[in-house]
Design a protein around this ligand. Structure first.
Ligand SMILES: [Zn+2]
Length: 812
């Protein structure tokens, strides 16, 4: 199905137009010339829904968005007004906050796992598996769960679909796996018999929370927003901490749904006044008579729905982004939220969606002309973006899964809001450029919160699975609009790129002539080099790539190509003129900083990124240690019989406890002062210099390389050095493990020989033996048959050999 006409903004001399930028526009599915409406580019980005920690899939979205923003601001030098929202009212938030609240209430006054706790949990378990894993036999309880699951869903764990008919597994199967994991956690808690409530709840909360919510959630006071904002404030803060650790710039303006209640009401009202919304009275949910409702008769409340049919009949466009999805019932239901009523028969058209939702019991509410209610998901963004950026926006962005229905609904309702008294002009498109960040997948499956198959950003950085820089490089090397699978190859390609850039920075910083040069100076003049041309070509290719819808894979390649040309030249006998080295290094530095690859650049004039020069506070200590080592090694070469250890001088600042370099220097000085009593033999000198290099300096992240006839080279450890050392350690560990296993095996074999062959058959099985201890009669006094005797003799011989070996080992 074709997308409706897109109306290019009027040709003008706006800064993006002058910069020659094209953007892949989801509104046309092609690259369009980027023209902004005004000098400042207006940009609205859908932000996080804050009820959980952000995962790597979110990192892809927010880091890729940040990269594009930096390209516009810092490369093309455009003025960008970047607005982002925090979704802090949402069905998922309501559920998560309420579940936590009812669990906290249930826990209050309990201190250990007593019979009642166990009873409540096993009831919750039975309820949970009945709801979530419907193929299980009725009345599955935790004691027979594992077998029942194996029978009903075993094939899903083996990678088949629930139907087990050869169809490929998808989201449904991932959900089964998630629920299974949660059920198992509860089974383990129940079976552990632990009386510690804290550890019990860790496993059991997955079934307790939803069950308690189903029992008591509707009793929560919806006017008390604190129950909900307690959760959202915590996760909003954690979100921004994560973004800071990924070096993602904060938005110029941040909007929160909780701060927009009245404006959203006005927004919906105007859409209704323009004729594109209708009301629907939700039927009250039957509440047991013995339960007292806290909400005042919520039955009077009405919901408000967007009238897609009326909008289209009046000449408006619906589903500009994904016209083919107009009939996608699953996506539409998902967009309405998990708390939405399943009944949609009242809708005038299946695509109609909620602008305003009557709050049910246990849901937060705001006062409105329709009674107590809360905003629908899509309207939140429309109201906030319109409030800050107005009638038309240059760029709107988000993850690709938001395109339909979220963004299509946003467009429809915003255009309905902005049309003059119901007069629709399809040329009035609310957004001119829609950009969508591709998915991140793992083993072919998209990471998602609802499937719980994700690694959080925190975990991934804390476990050093990725560094912030490495992750950003991975995202730079993948096209922002396409899906990305973090495979082994993708990781290796990123590692290689990072190492080559890093080595380039280290090498340039090590050029003796570079020491006094900085980004601000021009370097010394020198002869022209073919590299001067290569630099111009790289700059050109880089610019063209970024103009071409921010093609960062090509742009990063052009940097790598230039560096590789530089290396070839620098390693040949032709000397690269200083001025050339400096201009290349300066440009590469600027571009990697522009991409956000360095969060902690301390001195703007420095060449490289953090980690490519030794920090100032460490320089004197590191240099002093390195020259001490040079002296000791020279001494060892002369192989003196009674040489003395050189002393380390007291350096100013060596007592500063906050300086890790000073502390390492002081500790090593002390060690040396003790050494003076030992004579400095050659072996001792070499041992001490290895210790200094491999332990003291290494722990300071400093690498040291010996050079013939010159002082040793000290510089920050490169990623390659770290990797090589890790690999060597891994190898050594594997070798040691294998050796230990072999020794254990030998020992066990030897132990078997402990028993003398004379004693080996002295058991109840026999009644008489000869002088060798060989049985002659069985337990009933019957003679041992000849054939059986032969077999016994064989075993006797084997044991004799083993026993001799054992005796020998005992002598040793
Ligand atoms: Zn949004």
């Amino acid at each position: 199905m074709a997308q409706p006409d897109w109306h290019a903004p009027p040709e003008n001399d706006s800064p993006p137009r002058k910069a020659g930028i094209k953007i892949h526009n989801s509104l046309t599915s092609r690259k369009d010339n980027f023209v902004s409406l005004a000098e400042t580019v207006s940009w609205y980005a859908c932000g996080p829904t804050v009820y959980d920690d952000a995962h790597l899939g979110h990192a892809r979205n927010y880091v890729s968005t940040d990269i594009i923003r930096r390209i516009l601001q810092d490369y093309f030098k455009l003025d960008v007004n970047f607005v982002m929202n925090i979704t802090d009212v949402d069905d998922k938030i309501i559920i998560a906050a309420r579940e936590q609240h009812v669990l906290d209430q249930w826990l209050a006054g309990r201190s250990s796992v007593d019979d009642e706790v166990r009873k409540n949990t096993s009831d919750a378990f039975a309820w949970f598996v009945d709801k979530r894993l419907p193929d299980l036999p009725k009345h599955t309880v935790f004691t027979n769960y594992v077998d029942s699951f194996e029978q009903s869903y075993g094939h899903v764990l083996q990678g088949k679909s629930t139907a087990n008919d050869g169809t490929p597994p998808g989201d449904d199967e991932a959900k089964v796996k998630r629920y299974h994991k949660e059920a198992l956690a509860a089974v383990n808690a129940l079976e552990a018999g632990d009386s510690n409530l804290q550890s019990f709840i860790e496993g059991a909360s997955s079934v307790l929370k939803p069950h308690l919510d189903s029992l008591h959630g509707h009793l929560i006071d919806g006017s008390d927003h604190n129950i909900f904002t307690k959760l959202t404030k915590k996760y909003e803060q954690r979100y921004f901490e994560d973004m800071a650790s990924l070096n993602v710039l904060p938005p110029d303006k941040l909007t929160r749904v909780t701060e927009y209640g009245p404006q959203i009401v006005d927004y919906v009202k105007r859409i209704q006044d323009n004729g594109f919304a209708y009301e629907h009275e939700e039927l009250p949910k039957k509440v047991p008579i013995d339960e007292e409702s806290v909400n005042e008769n919520p039955a009077k409340a009405k919901s408000v729905y967007y009238d897609t049919g009326k909008w289209v009949a009046s000449g408006g466009e619906y589903a500009r982004l994904k016209p083919a999805s107009k009939t996608d019932k699953a996506a539409q239901a998902d967009g309405e939220g998990s708390l939405a009523s399943k009944d949609s028969t009242f809708k005038r058209s299946a695509a109609d969606f909620a602008l305003w939702k009557a709050s049910k019991q246990g849901e937060p509410f705001w006062e409105s002309p329709w009674g107590k209610g809360r905003p629908g998901w899509h309207i939140e963004c429309s109201a906030m973006a319109s409030d800050v950026l107005g009638k038309q926006i240059d760029i709107h962005s988000g993850g690709v899964d938001l395109a339909f229905p979220h963004h299509d609904n946003e467009l429809a309702q915003s255009e309905a809001y902005w049309c003059e008294q119901g007069h629709v002009d399809p040329k009035n498109q609310w957004v001119n450029y829609f950009i969508h960040m591709g998915h991140l997948s793992i083993e072919g499956q998209k990471m998602s919160k609802s499937l719980k198959n994700f690694t959080t950003i925190r975990e991934s950085l804390a476990t050093k699975e990725f560094t912030s820089r490495r992750l950003r490089i991975i995202f730079l090397q993948g096209a922002w609009g396409s899906g990305l699978e973090i495979s082994k190859t993708v990781k290796e390609t990123a590692a290689k790129w990072e190492e080559s850039i890093e080595n380039f920075f280290l090498n340039v910083n090590d050029l003796p002539e570079m020491k006094d040069l900085s980004l601000a100076s021009n370097g010394t003049s020198g002869t022209a080099s073919s590299l001067d041309g290569a630099l111009q070509e790289a700059k050109q290719a880089f610019r063209e790539a970024l103009q071409d819808s921010f093609d960062t894979p090509t742009a990063t390649r052009s940097i790598a190509d230039l560096v590789s040309k530089y290396n070839t030249e620098a390693n040949s006998d032709r000397r690269v003129p200083n001025a050339t080295s400096l201009s290349i290094a300066r440009w590469v530095t600027e571009m990697v900083h522009m991409f956000g690859l360095d969060a902690t650049r301390l001195q703007p004039e420095q060449i490289g990124w953090s980690g490519s020069t030794i920090p100032d506070e460490g320089k004197q200590f590191v240099q002093a240690l390195a020259s001490w080592r040079d002296t000791v090694r020279a001494q060892a070469n002369d192989a003196p019989s009674e040489a003395k250890w050189p002393v380390l001088d007291d350096l100013p600042g060596a007592q500063n406890p906050d300086n890790a370099y000073a502390a390492a220097y002081a500790a090593f000085s002390q060690r040396v002062s003790k050494l003076t009593e030992v004579s400095a033999t050659k072996a001792a000198c070499l041992q001490e210099s290895d210790y200094l290099r491999d332990t003291v300096l290494w722990d300071l992240d400093i690498g040291l390389e010996d050079r013939d006839g010159r002082p040793s080279l000290v510089r920050p450890l490169s990623a390659r050095a770290r990797r090589e050392r890790a690999e060597a350690e891994e190898k050594a560990n594997a070798k040691a493990t294998a050796k230990a296993a072999k020794e254990k095996e030998d020992q066990e074999k030897l132990e078997k020989g402990k028993l003398s062959p004379l004693e080996m058959f002295k058991t109840d099985e026999y009644s008489e033996w000869d002088a060798d201890g060989m049985p002659t009669k069985d337990k009933d006094g019957k003679e041992i048959a000849k054939s059986a005797g032969k077999k016994l003799r064989k075993r006797w011989d084997v044991q004799k050999k083993a026993h001799e070996a054992w005796l020998k080992s005992q002598e040793a």
